[in-house]
Design a protein around this ligand. Structure first.
Ligand code: TXA
Ligand code: MG
Length: 345
């Protein structure tokens, strides 16, 4: 199958293909999604097939307004309106109890709940409105690889397997939406996946919000099925560097002693200092967690294509957006962190 690149003037064509059961990747403010008609079980099956995604991992249904959600859920918890008013369109996915006949089990992974999100991208909202359908939209990458933040990343992973890609340039945020479960018996919302809408921002709007225990202690099983899988991983092993230049220096010496070719993902100060000592660098620019997050997946993908043996990636403090950044980076690194007091052997 030839994968067509649609410009933002060709939304009618893309919507028509969606209505026919084809797969079209779409832009959002977080990462690119792999779109298909959420009401067409065959199309949804195809989404799992082209991604190579485990079938117990449910999908997020993308809508163009909250009205669409009402058709598919059994109840709407009281905090919903405040959350939707404050954060939609935006990087917040909300989980509701699903109506029994609303979606095939391919969408929900057989759970009694379903996830919804209204993405903040004009073109994708237009695509949903034109197709007049809710769209499933997992990140448009091969399962296990870093999520795509450009149309080129999508093409790299999925060309030949999907009908088209709607290109609207690089995404703004760079990591996937916050997933918030509204179905707990005690009524307290629970964060299942950290994203750009942080616990602090949520609590300002709806009061107490909890965080899934798994995100705090690794021993608990995660409630969002997708969080248990190995994720965001380049083929090249990644180590997180926590600390300043000294730690980068020690890590570089350590790898050189083992004759390893090194790639760095860091701010421009760090990459400047070490660019002559390593084989590849990817700078995310100034040292800000917004910049680091925006370019994390692009950086990991870029370095993965170079001829290197190890990637050293800069840590950020685990507060605000840093929680989402470190959550994704720790998965990419398989939790491996080098600190100043680590033993470099
Ligand atoms: O930003 C995003 O959310 C992107 C863009 C494209 O919208 N989409 C995305 O989809 O990240 P995906 O499929 O890669 O991740 C969906 C996450 C998974 O961790 C999944 O387990 C969880 O949401 N999820 C979906 N439905 C759920 C449910 N009913 N209960 C618990 N977790 C659910
Ligand atoms: Mg994903």
């Amino acid at each position: 199958m030839e994968t067509k690149q649609f410009t933002t003037d060709e939304i009618d064509q893309a919507a028509e293909l969606i209505r026919k059961g084809e797969l079209i990747a779409f832009p959002t403010e977080t990462v690119y999604g792999l779109g298909a008609n959420a009401l067409d079980a065959r199309a949804v099956k195809q989404v799992y097939a082209v991604k190579g995604r485990p079938s117990d991992n449910p999908l997020i249904v993308h809508v163009s307004d909250f009205e669409m959600v009402k058709n598919y859920v059994t109840d709407i918890p009281e905090q919903t309106k405040k959350l939707v008013d404050a954060f939609w369109p935006g990087p917040l996915t909300l989980i509701f109890n699903v109506r029994a006949d609303a979606f095939s089990t391919t969408v929900t992974g057989g759970l009694k709940t379903v996830a919804f999100r209204m993405p903040k991208n004009e073109k994708t909202l237009e695509l949903i409105k034109t197709a007049k359908l809710p769209l499933v939209g997992p990140s448009a990458n091969t399962s296990g690889k870093p999520s795509p933040t450009t149309a080129k990343h999508v093409y790299h992973d999925l060309h030949g397997k999907i009908a088209g890609i709607l290109d609207d340039g690089p995404t703004q945020i760079g990591v996937e939406s916050t997933v918030l479960d509204l179905t707990a018996a005690n009524g307290i919302p629970v964060i299942l996946r950290p994203g750009a809408v942080t616990q602090e921002r949520l609590e300002q709007v709806v009061g107490k919000v909890q965080v899934d225990q798994h995100l705090i202690s690794e021993s608990e099983a995660p409630k969002a099925p997708g969080m248990k899988y190995k994720h965001y991983s380049p083929d090249v092993p990644v180590w997180i560097i926590e600390g300043d230049q000294q730690v980068f220096r020690k890590a570089i010496e350590w790898a050189k002693n083992k004759n390893q070719r090194i790639g760095l993902f860091a701010d421009n100060q760090v990459t400047k200092i070490f660019s002559n000592e390593v084989e590849a660098v990817f700078s995310f620019g100034e040292r800000s967690v917004e910049q680091g997050t925006k370019l994390l997946f692009a950086g990991l993908r870029n370095l993965d294509e170079q001829n290197i043996d190890v990637i050293f990636a800069q840590a950020f403090p685990e507060s605000d957006l840093g929680i989402a950044y470190m959550n994704r980076l720790k998965k990419a690194a398989n939790q491996k962190i080098l600190k100043i007091d680590s033993i470099f052997e």
